[in-house]
Design a protein around this ligand. Structure first.
Ligand code: NAP
Length: 449
């Protein structure tokens, strides 16, 4: 039997496990995750009000419940207290790293670290109940105006969550602390700001359009600002996706919102130059106005605009982090590879593979991970005849325990799911996520996992 460890149980890890068992009848797969819960960004990144995408968990569940796949949560690879990557390599014929892009990119401007300035990743983790981010109301307390920097789909997600009323969020699995804090928040204005023009924004049309459907919020755009983009004035040469975005924006320019609800203010051609502070915390963002340079980029104009804000969310993309014991390209934030085979000093490292964002960078939709995983698994199975000659333990769990891990198996995860259903019922809601390590491990431990 070929024994493979997949590190990470997000979409890329699950699709890797799926490809392995589909393409090889003689493979056993352990899917490891440092959290006691599976599904990675589907559980801790997809917005709670996107129930349809969240329901993808059902197909990922089927993978992890496959008879030749085993989920082992609570197993950290590398880093303090983790199982060293070299040790893991000895326990399996092959290891596939599907660890995603765990951190956020920085702006590199003054004031970025002021209290009240967060990465979108931190904010998303908070309302998704990620146990590494403290529960509480610190993100939105006393916030009337928020600035979201960046115009990708993550920026749209955090903007939409800020703009939704409690009644819209209550049916989701959002943790109770975040729901209560958002319900009590006095956020009125959410400025979502791009440094380039509307035709260069990274959001997809479906996500953009959804902002205009929120019951308690209206979208405001400035027709004169949009018109500075030649692609807005004449979209005929734009690719279809950008053309559709521009048409959605034009619709909002033609019909400004009525009523007194919250306002989502979409701004363009503003490059952040400083996060402004007052009394030791965020008070706004200074932007330099930019102008199109005719080649898809922008140039500064030397004119500035300050936008008041008590909350700043930097939503400028994710970034891979180095995993101790694995090579890393600091420029791309990825692990160097050849069709998924890890390269050490430009040479293939036998038995080590990557898939997902740590392989190709933080782009694409969840489905992009399927072909990516398949390519990696094809490489691995080409190498299998040689890899399987090495002796490895029949079961790695005891060795993982000896190396300091306390694996949470599938029954432990199912106990967490039951605890989340019970918590929701006690609150008069549906499933409500447990927001901290203690509660997760207590629930998992109750299963005697
Ligand atoms: P993204 O799509 O790469 O967008 C990043 C945004 O940040 C861009 O607008 C970029 O502008 C801007 N930016 C980068 N550096 C900046 C700087 N120094 N100053 C100002 N702005 C800066 O990243 P993302 O939104 O984090 O999304 C990551 C991936 O997840 C994407 O593939 C996305 O589609 C996917 N995702 C999908 C969904 C969904 O389908 N519902 C939800 C969430 C995420 P420039 O273009 O000018 O660089």
């Amino acid at each position: 039997m070929l024994r493979v460890a997949v590190v990470g149980s997000g979409p890329s890890g699950c699709y890797t496990a799926q490809s392995l068992v589909q393409l090889d009848p003689d493979v056993l797969v352990d899917v490891l995750d440092r959290l006691p819960c599976p599904y990675g960004l589907v559980r801790y990144g997809v917005a709670p009000d996107h129930e349809k995408i969240k329901s993808l968990q059902n197909s990922l569940r089927a993978v992890l419940e496959h008879e030749r796949v085993r989920f082992l949560g609570g197993v950290r690879i590398g880093g303090p207290g983790g199982v060293p990557a070299e040790r893991l390599r000895e326990l399996y014929h092959a290891v596939v790293y599907c660890v995603g892009a765990a951190t956020d990119r920085h702006l590199g401007i003054p004031g970025e670290e002021l209290p009240g300035s967060w990465s979108a990743t931190e904010f998303v983790s908070w309302y998704s109940a990620h146990p590494d981010v403290p529960a509480g109301d610190g993100f939105v307390r006393d916030v009337r105006s928020a600035v979201v920097i960046g115009v990708g789909n993550v920026a749209v997600d955090v903007t939409r969550i800020l703009a939704r009323a409690a009644a819209e969020l209550s049916p989701t699995d959002m943790p109770q602390g975040a729901l209560t804090a958002l319900a009590a928040s006095r956020v009125r204005d959410i400025h979502m700001v791009g440094r380039r023009g509307p035709s260069q924004a990274r959001f997809t049309t479906k996500e953009l359009r959804e902002l205009g459907t929120l019951p308690d919020a209206g979208v405001v755009v400035d027709p004169a600002e949009l018109a500075r983009d030649p692609g807005y004035a004449d979209p005929s040469a734009l690719p279809a996706a950008q053309r559709r975005n521009v048409e959605v924006l034009r619709g909002w320019a033609d019909a400004p919102p009525a009523g007194s609800g919250r306002r989502i203010r979409l701004r363009f051609f503003l490059r952040p130059v400083e996060v402004l502070g007052a009394d030791g915390r965020v008070a706004g963002v200074r932007f330099e106005r930019t102008a199109p340079d005719g080649h898809g980029g922008v140039t500064g104009t030397g004119r500035y605009e300050d936008v008041e804000a008590q909350l700043v969310l930097r939503s400028v993309g994710y970034r891979g982090v180095p995993l101790e014991g694995l090579p890393f390209d600091a420029v791309t934030g990825t692990v160097p590879h050849l069709a998924g085979r890890v390269l050490r000093g430009g040479v293939v490292a036998p038995g080590e593979y990557v898939a997902g964002w740590i392989k190709r960078g933080p782009t694409g939709v969840i489905g992009s991970n399927r072909p990516c995983a398949k390519e990696t698994v094809t490489s691995l199975l080409e190498d299998a005849a040689v890899l399987v000659r090495r002796d490895v333990p029949d079961d790695a769990v005891d060795t993982l325990r000896a190396a300091g891990a306390e694996p949470v198996g599938w029954p432990g995860w199912q106990a967490i799911e039951r605890a989340e259903a019970e918590l929701g019922a006690s609150l008069g809601r549906g499933v409500v996520k447990l927001p901290d390590w203690e509660a997760l491990l207590r629930a998992a431990g109750a299963a005697g996992a």
